[in-house]
Design a binder for this molecule. Sequence first.
Ligand SMILES: [Zn+2]
Length: 510
Amino acid sequence: MLDVSGLDMPPRFEFWSKLFDKHGFVKRELVRHEHHKGSGCWGWELNQGMLVYVDVVWVDPPYRRQGVGSLMLRRLLESKHIEPFDFLVACETPTQDPHSHDHSSEIRRRHMGFLHRNHFRRLGRTPFLLCSAISNHPSRKRLVLNEPLSNLEYEDKSDPVDPLELLFPGMRDPDAVSRNAAKYPIHEAIGRILDRDVVYTPLGEEISISTFIQQQFVRDPSSLHVRNRKGYTPLHAAAAHKNLTAVQALLQPQYKCQADLSRRDNVEGATPLEILMLVLQKEREVTESSGKSWWGYPERPLKVAWTLKRADGLDIGTLSQFVVKSRWGCTCGHCTSGWFSPLMRRSMACFASSLSSKMQASKSTMRGHVAQVDLVGLKYLPLRIRNATTLAGYEGFLAVVRGVEAVCRTADQIPTPLVVLQASAGLGDISEYVDLGGRAEYALDIVLHAAQSLSPLGDGTFGEGTFEDVTEDLEDVLCLPPCENDLEFVLVRRHLRLCDIAGPHHEHGM
Ligand SMILES: [Zn+2]
């Protein structure tokens, strides 16, 4: 029996969130990051094909060890359901054999042997292994011996998770709590910190977390470095809980926690700073997926990030500079105001430039005084303006599109409607356009619409010509520093206050 499933199955959610960003693209660090990419045999091709999750490969006991499982996988790869750019995915943790109570390392070893024999190789250091349908894919040349360990190897399985906690997060077996408090006193204390950064001692005494850490240090200095079952040191735990006071306390030189700043021997395979960012990203995803607006990372956790980076010897400027740079999720360090990325700037400038040439050409076809509906860009003007647009009005609109380009080509400038309007005034007569009710927002809307439609997020259906000339112009984007904000069209629209403006505007009922 071969059981494969789509990725929308609820149990596969972990798979999805570990491997892909919110746009559905493979996470950058799994391809690029020196450590997180693991053997590095997987690349951006993962964004092209379909992923087929191999849930179960089941062979009845009498027929085992005869190559039946491998044959089934081979048949699947050769079947009409799998295209050359598709991938099979499997998890390294074997699905439990209902006929056996033995889930020892032997079963796991056999399971991994089976996956490796069938050309499955690990993606980064995640628990997931992929198999490419292409026989000369780099993963096929990768020796099993060179496979990195999965981060899950760092989980301390001798210390099982509290089953109550697993079933009902937040509800914990009191015995397990006190056992953990004895083994990992600082982790436990950080986990139950109240407002004002205080914890209660077993005697009910209220003390600050920094005093608690100091007491633990006096009692047993090694308690400041002990790793819990997930492999977290107290510094990792403090970062995961976004607790500034605990992070600052632990980083005092006498506690010698600096070495923990670079440790990745935990289930996330992450440093304290990386764990903090994972937590913040997850919170952001929850907000965004519930349809709410995300208003940037709060200042206090960013102060934790700043403290961790500084302690690691990175030159990151003052706290307020760092907050401005990081608040909107910039990962390149070059986004203007922390959200307008170099690639976003470049593509808006290119699309505005291409659009204005098309508008210029379109204008010459205009007959009479009133603009025809089929003029390039016109359907991004609300009906009342569009129906009244004269040649002079259309020329004004064109000048505003050029204004968008001019502002985007000026380093450090943000194309806010006001700035765009000011720039446009020097590029043509915009008075009639403005008198008709025309706004800079309409030009920004059409440029962003084109950029998004023709970006990896878009459907390529932007209906204003093919923009082949733009693709050529965009070739040098490879030199721009990549940033998580490169595809944040929603964020850009919000900052430019375009949320209630979304063309094209059609006739009622069309
Ligand atoms: Zn950036």
